[in-house]
Design a protein around this ligand. Structure first.
Ligand code: GTP
Ligand code: MG
Length: 185
């Protein structure tokens, strides 16, 4: 999908396994502090252009398996310009599910000719003292729509605004080829 820069708005969808911190990341961004108890799903928020680094109005959309069926998620995937798949760096299975479930599911929902940039977000880095970024390259290689990877913590606010900024940038200035070679005719 080529982003229509004239529309000048970016819609970011957060997906990922339960408990990885999707809602916490959104609320930490908005309130600039970490709250222990968050609702399952944050309300959709719009960040006005003038407070975003790229000067584009940005919508942030949460997902909760407790409140949405897969049909609704598919609709949100279709509407999004960029998708952040969040995992918890202290729970390997939440990273495994990205390759085994989320990326195939997003491909299926988008159709092959409308791939969207994807950011892999390793949250809860406050809980570990090593980097897991090396475990991600295999996935990124297999799925060229993976545009960037970032490690962050909703709890310590580390890289939280950077994560959303990178999502904006992935739409406005993609690094990865969003179309794979065999699809470019
Ligand atoms: P679902 O709504 O069930 O899909 O989960 P979610 O991905 O929205 O996760 P949520 O934000 O509800 O966070 C789950 C738990 O992880 C909560 O207890 C949070 O306080 C905790 N948590 C979220 N982010 C962090 C973080 O960066 N560090 C630590 N230590 N805990 C976190
Ligand atoms: Mg949630």
């Amino acid at each position: 999908m080529v982003h229509d820069s004239l529309s000048r708005s970016v819609r970011i969808l957060l997906l990922g396994e339960p408990g990885v911190g999707k809602t916490s990341l959104i609320l930490s961004l908005v309130t600039e502090e970490f709250t222990e108890h968050v609702p399952p799903k944050a309300e959709e928020i719009t960040i006005p252009a003038d407070v975003t680094p790229e000067q584009v109005p940005t919508n942030i959309v949460d997902y909760s398996v407790a409140e949405q069926n897969m049909e609704q998620v598919t609709e949100e995937i279709e509407k999004a310009h960029v998708i952040c798949i969040v995992f918890a760096v202290d729970k390997q299975e939440t990273l495994n599910k990205i390759g085994s479930y989320w990326l195939p599911f997003i491909r299926e929902s988008c159709g092959n000719d409308a791939r969207k940039p994807i950011i892999l977000v390793g949250n809860k880095i406050d809980l570990i003292d090593y980097s897991i970024i090396d475990n991600i390259w295999d996935i990124a290689e297999e799925y060229p729509e993976v545009d960037r990877c970032i490690e962050c913590s909703a709890k310590t606010l580390t890289n939280v605004s950077e994560m959303f900024y990178n999502a904006q940038k992935a739409v406005l200035h993609p690094i990865a080829p969003i179309y794979s070679i065999e699809e470019q005719e």
